[in-house]
Design a protein around this ligand. Structure first.
Ligand code: HEM
Length: 438
């Protein structure tokens, strides 16, 4: 049985909050760090408290969650013996694992925001609020009561754009895994419900007969999870040019080109359900937006096999290893930077998506999808060495034509560049108290 009050809310439930701030903190004094953690779970008056997975009676104005890097565990006084029981990819960290997930060239750590190369990046405190003021208030209350031995390195703000779109103009935040024992995430899909152990340590996982080892001591590991914190810059000028160029080359409407790249029209309507229009008449009910599979479309004639959503969640498609639904990820990202104004292109502003990509195993979820599905096409027929149109380095998007033919969009540019990454442990509530020495 899952005790939702023991689990950080960010793992199991979408807060549907339109504003976020991530405070990146360094712990210089273990005792100050422990005091900070303790104050987030002990009901201290005036201190924001960690939001759990337990249902709300009233939606708060701001939610708070805490993630800790391996360096952070060390800085809080966790022993090397205990750290050795954590998975190797977590203790190695995002910089060391960059090449595996395609963070090379312009996405290489050498080009990241310096804070993500700083070994002093210990804690990520994520605030999710209804308004920017609610986030400000929570951040002020948090930092005002924090002892000098904990220092803010940097803050990263993000927000929902009007229409719930990302900077490329796609409605985002539709598909999330349904987790056994957790609140329903939004529009349902047809996949088997994910076991809690796909996202939380100490429960049977998505691989039959396998439970991921709980880092020790048990009080620290149980009901924890792992997250890749990512800052991903989007090149919206390149995206706009790509739509225009490919539309000229193929004769397809630019909106159809956009739908091929993503697997959903920019309206959020999946190609799998509506291959000809992003605005079907009558409209798809919101609950139907995630209710589809690809089994009836093995060649990708409706939805390209190489499109972003089909790569990131192949659902019932045939994929190498047969594990199409065993690598699911909870996404908690929002956009950063100003909205793109097509009337004023090339404004020199950085914009993109930032947030947490969560799973019980960084290796088998975040790293797996980035390495096997995003940056190497060989997992499914017809993809060659192509890469994810959003997450890869550019190249081609293979397309199947009716009647058994194949064509491709070619000369795709790189659209997304990694600006930072951090591998974090997302401890359960008792584990935060344990780290605080309570
Ligand atoms: C700037 C970078 C990215 C952009 C612009 C982007 C865009 C999108 C969009 C528009 C959707 C469709 C909306 C939805 O189904 O909720 C989507 C879905 C998804 N994305 Fe991304 N994404 C980005 C990065 C990533 C990364 C880094 C990962 C994984 C590590 C990822 C994994 C997924 C998954 C799992 C889905 C849901 C697929 C499904 O269940 O059908 N995305 N993304």
């Amino acid at each position: 049985m899952l005790d939702l009050a023991d689990v950080q809310g960010v793992v199991l439930r979408g807060y549907a909050m339109p504003h976020a701030r991530h405070l990146l903190l360094q712990v210089d004094s273990p005792s100050a760090g422990r005091r900070l953690l303790g104050s987030l779970v002990d009901g201290s008056p005036g201190r924001p408290q960690v939001t759990t997975g337990a249902p709300w009676t009233e939606k708060p104005e701001c939610c708070l969650n805490l993630s800790v890097t391996a360096g952070g565990l060390r800085a809080l006084g966790v022993s090397e013996e205990s750290l050795a029981t954590f998975p190797g990819e977590f203790t190695a960290g995002a910089v060391a694992r960059a090449e595996r997930v395609g963070d090379v060239g312009p996405s290489a750590p050498a080009r990241w925001l310096p804070v993500f190369r700083d070994p002093g990046l210990h804690l990520v405190v994520s605030l999710f609020g209804r308004t920017p003021e609610a986030v400000d208030r929570a951040a002020d209350r948090l930092l005002a009561g924090t002892a000098p031995g904990v220092r803010e390195l940097c803050r990263l703000d993000a927000a929902l754009l009007a229409g719930r779109v990302d900077h490329f103009g796609y409605v985002d935040g539709i598909s999330q895994p349904t987790v056994d024992g957790a609140p329903p995430p939004g529009p349902p899909d047809r996949l088997p419900v994910a076991p809690a152990g796909a996202f939380l340590l100490g429960h049977p996982s998505q691989f039959p007969g396998h439970t991921y080892p709980v880092p020790q001591p048990e009080a620290l590991g149980r009901n924890g999870s792992f997250a890749a914190f990512r800052v991903l810059a989007q090149d919206v000028d390149a995206f706009a040019e790509l739509l225009a160029t490919q539309s000229r080359r193929t004769g397809a409407d630019p909106e159809l080109v956009a739908a091929w790249l993503c697997g959903r029209w920019r309206t959020g309507v999946p190609l799998a359900l509506s291959p000809d229009t992003g605005s079907p008449d009558p409209p798809l009910p919101p609950d139907a937006l995630n209710d589809f599979g690809y089994a009836g479309d093995p060649r990708g004639e409706r939805c390209p096999i190489g499109s972003h959503v089909r790569r990131m969640n192949p659902r019932d498609s045939r994929v190498a290893g047969g594990g199409g639904h065993r690598h699911r990820i909870v996404r908690r990202g929002l956009t950063y930077g100003p909205p793109y104004d097509p009337a004023h292109p090339r404004d020199g502003q950085e914009r993109g998506l930032l947030g947490l990509f969560i799973g019980v195993s960084l290796r088998d979820q975040f790293e797996f999808v980035m390495r096997e599905w995003a940056t190497d096409g060989l997992f499914a027929p017809g993809l060659g060495r192509s890469q994810d149109p959003f997450l890869g380095a550019g190249g081609t998007l293979p397309l199947a034509t009716p009647g058994g033919g194949r064509t491709a969009l070619t000369d795709l540019p790189r659209l997304v560049t990694t600006r930072g990454g951090a591998y974090c442990f997302v401890p359960g509530l008792p584990a935060i108290a344990h780290l605080a020495g309570r």
